[in-house]
Write a protein that binds this ligand. Structure first.
Ligand SMILES: C[S@@+](CC[C@H](N)C(=O)[O-])C[C@H]1O[C@@H](n2cnc3c(N)ncnc32)[C@H](O)[C@@H]1O
Length: 380
């Protein structure tokens, strides 16, 4: 889809985007007309008061720009609850990163109570003030909000579609070397501008095995922020596990020769397109997750990789088919929407295969139910 075919936002939304653009333009003017793409993405999504997540509470779900698994069906949270309950030990807590509208927290807390683990405190670490307010409306009595990672945490951490929203660096590999694709202003518009990569970005990009195609250019992303986040999780996690659920690949698929234009994706009103500079602050920008990079950062921080598999396999291992069977198929009104949502969660053409589940942890010495069959941790 071309951005010119997208629905037009209302004047106040346009004014907010203009204000964010002015701030980005001021930063460009102060920095020789170049900032990294990661810096741009950070401001477009998280700029206080103006960034996409910072300002918008109607970003997820039917009225927003995209739908996530917990919004699609309670079956997702009910399956996850089985894995979480298995991992929880007495005195443990659950910590959800980036809880969006609170959909996962609402069903998961209820399902944990049904599984006899309603005693575990449910913590939410959310960077967006607008979404924090939305979550409070939904699960005020069942959760507690925290501002930063606890120094020492025991229990289960969850991140559903959070890592894809972390800023990425944009790179180009050519036969002449590695360039960083940053953002500059060109005749009043934001544009891509390349310069030689250096420092941590060059070192990390240089370690990736990229085959430059006949066109002479291979573009992709580098998840430095996600790695730093995983290191901070590793510091915090004294015992227990983190489950990351998101769309992405292990490294050899992420940097596959055929994926030569990268994985950046933008969403505006349920339409996907590839222009990250379209109306900053009003649209979602994301990149697929390099699960090998997350696993490496976890291992560097002393965590073990406990499992890695596709979302469909994980949900089936956690009993989604039995949960679905609890609703009488003859009751078409209740059964049909559940079955249709289960199909979206499981189908390889939808979320079943593109979405993966990675579990990392410390002091967990038994196999996890979600990975009993089809564990692909060796592929990371
Ligand atoms: C794509 S939304 C997913 C929301 C929700 N998990 C779901 O599945 O519906 C990304 C969420 O992650 C939050 N977020 C992004 N980076 C974060 C971070 N480093 N720590 C905590 N939350 C973060 C955003 O504010 C937003 O709520």
């Amino acid at each position: 889809m071309h951005p010119s075919d997208l629905p037009r936002p209302d004047p106040s939304a346009l004014a907010a985007s203009r204000a964010l653009l002015d701030r980005i333009a001021a930063e460009l003017a102060a920095h020789g007309n170049w900032i990294s793409f990661a810096r741009f993405m950070q401001r477009a999504l998280y700029e206080p008061g103006l960034g996409y997540y910072a300002a918008g509470s109607e970003v997820i779900g039917a009225p927003g720009d995209f739908v996530t698994a917990p919004e699609l069906s309670p079956l997702f949270a009910r399956c996850l609850a089985r894995q979480v309950a298995e991992l929880l030990e007495p005195g443990d807590a659950v910590l959800e990163f980036g809880a969006g509208t609170g959909a996962l927290a609402a069903t998961l807390t209820q399902a944990l109570a049904e599984l006899g683990r309603g005693d575990a405190p449910y913590l939410i670490l959310e960077t967006s003030p607008a979404l924090r307010a939305r979550q409070r409306e939904r699960v005020a009595m069942r959760a507690r909000w925290i501002e930063e990672l606890p120094r020492s945490f025991r229990g289960v951490m969850l991140a559903n579609e959070v890592v894809d929203a972390m800023p990425v660096h944009a790179l180009t590999w050519t036969r002449a070397g590695i360039a960083e694709r940053g953002v500059c202003a060109n005749e009043g518009e934001l544009a891509w501008c390349e310069r030689a990569a250096h420092g941590e970005t060059l070192a990390a990009a240089g370690r990736i095995d990229v085959v430059v195609p006949p066109s002479g250019r291979y573009e992709s992303e580098l998840a430095l922020a996600a790695r730093a986040w995983m290191r901070s999780v590793a510091e915090s996690l004294e015992r227990g596990a983190l489950l990351v659920i998101d769309y992405g690949f292990p490294r050899h698929e992420y940097y596959h020769p055929q994926r030569s234009t990268g994985t950046l994706m933008c969403h505006y009103r349920h339409r996907a397109h590839g222009d990250p500079f379209y109306l900053p602050g009003l649209q979602d920008i994301s990149a697929h997750v390099d699960f090998s990079a997350l696993a490496e950062a976890a291992r560097d921080g002393g965590l073990d990789v406990l499992g890695y598999t596709g979302q469909a396999r994980f949900l089936v291992n956690c009993g989604i088919t039995e949960l679905l069977a609890q609703t009488d198929a003859a009751d078409v009104r209740r059964y049909a929407p559940l079955a249709s949502a289960a199909n979206r969660l499981l189908s390889p053409a939808e979320m079943g295969e593109l979405f993966k589940v990675l579990a990392v942890g410390r002091g967990v010495n038994r196999p996890l139910a979600g990975f009993v069959q089809g564990d692909r941790a060796h592929a990371l």
